[in-house]
Design a protein around this ligand. Sequence first.
Ligand code: ADP
Ligand code: MG
Length: 194
Amino acid sequence: MALVTLSGYPSSGKTRRAIQLKEHLDRRVADPSCNCPAQKVVVLSDDTLNIDRSSYNDSRSEKPARAALFAAIQRQMGPDTILIVDALNYIKGFRYQLYCAARELKLRTCTVYVVATAELCQRWNAERTDDRGYRAETLGNLVARYEEPSSMVRWDSPLFTVPWSESDVPIELIWKTITEGNVKPPNVGTQAVP
Ligand code: ADP
Ligand code: MG
């Protein structure tokens, strides 16, 4: 039914936002008065696919990781599913590929840009107590290569920008996009892009 693509720097809070989104969406899908065709909300991430963070240390191991993610996304997309892709999704061409695959199945799409400064991401990454952190050098490389989403291109649009200072995701707008189609996000969020 819909594809929600998260994008953001490493350790910027994507999984935190994915958890918030899933909770909201699960509740709405389970509501008997919800007359949307979605039956389930699925989250795909490096963690659900057992892709180690070290895959991002060099481009040779990154390619198969991305291919595995894309294959899993294609398997999960469907008319009864809201699919949340909680991954870096930092390559413009990859987001375009996701958009095309979703449109082929007539799914609605939107992008959630999880924003934190590189300094905050470095700090949060260094402070991580799970085994989901990146090597400092890898984080630096990924930040340098990050291709920022843009509301001006159709494959990133509608684009919801969520700065680290926001307590929650803009669920009303995201829900409207998923259930009614394209909505125009407010401009305010985009001012916080570092
Ligand atoms: P990602 O999925 O992008 O790698 P996570 O959601 O796993 O990032 O968050 C990485 C770390 O940063 C976690 O330890 C998390 O608690 C912390 N973190 C994320 N977002 C925030 C925030 N807005 N404020 C404070 N800490 C945060
Ligand atoms: Mg994560």
